[in-house]
Design a protein around this ligand. Structure first.
Ligand SMILES: O=P(O)(O)OC[C@H]1O[C@H](OP(=O)(O)OP(=O)(O)O)[C@H](O)[C@@H]1O
Ligand SMILES: Nc1nc2[nH]cnc2c(=O)[nH]1
Length: 178
């Protein structure tokens, strides 16, 4: 694996496909144990989670539902400021066990917004599974239940994660070269 260039930036190899595979299977195994006998709804957060979700679900052996949501944020009026809307949730989640699937938790802003919106729909439980987690950047109190890999506070690319829309198709993770 070599250095790659995406637009104006150079990235170097960071997490190989093999390492990702091991991390994902570990997360799946833990979820399989924790949710034995339950029928959770896995909710992938688009766009970034599509690859993780695909590989994770192949190792989940529970009866489960699989769906995707997306956060859309737009400018409201002066008094309402930025409005965050959850789109794509068609199922009724009341009384259901939800597992939110993210590619990365960085500051935690996205996670907290999603959590607040979902909580209003009265699910039985909401847990978070993320492939990558940046502990140095995270500034929220919310517990992150399943983490594939902890990484330093650097910009990463590939396996669903983009730079300006590009690079999501890379099958491993790269990090910005300094
Ligand atoms: O913890 P945070 O600082 O909120 O960052 C994490 C979020 O950022 C990325 O999504 P983004 O908004 O870039 O959308 P995308 O998945 O479509 O790329 C990523 O997929 C997470 O959802
Ligand atoms: N591509 C990419 N998106 C992110 N969103 C939050 N953190 C990151 C990151 O390190 N890389």
């Amino acid at each position: 694996m070599e250095t790659i260039t995406v637009k104006d930036l150079s990235f170097k190899p960071f997490i190989s496909e093999e390492e990702l595979d091991v991390a994902i299977k570990k997360v799946a195994q833990k979820i399989n144990e924790d949710y034995k006998g339950k029928t959770p709804i896995f909710l992938g957060v688009l766009n970034g989670s599509f690859m993780f979700m695909g590989d994770l679900m192949k190792s989940i052996n529970l009866d489960c539902y699989t769906s995707f949501v997306k956060m859309a944020s737009y400018e409201g009026t002066e008094s309402t400021g930025k409005i965050n809307e959850l789109i794509g949730l068609n199922e009724d989640i009341e009384g259901k066990d939800i597992i939110l699937v993210e590619d990365i938790v960085d500051t935690g802003n996205t996670l907290v917004k999603l959590f607040d919106i979902l909580k209003e729909k009265n699910p039985k439980s909401i847990k978070i599974a993320t492939l990558l987690y940046k502990p140095e950047a995270y500034n929220k109190d919310h517990k992150i239940d399943y983490v594939g890999k902890e990484i330093p506070n650097a910009f990463v690319l590939g396996y669903g994660l983009d730079y300006d829309g590009l690079g999501r198709n890379l099958s491993s993770i790269y990090v910005l070269k300094d």
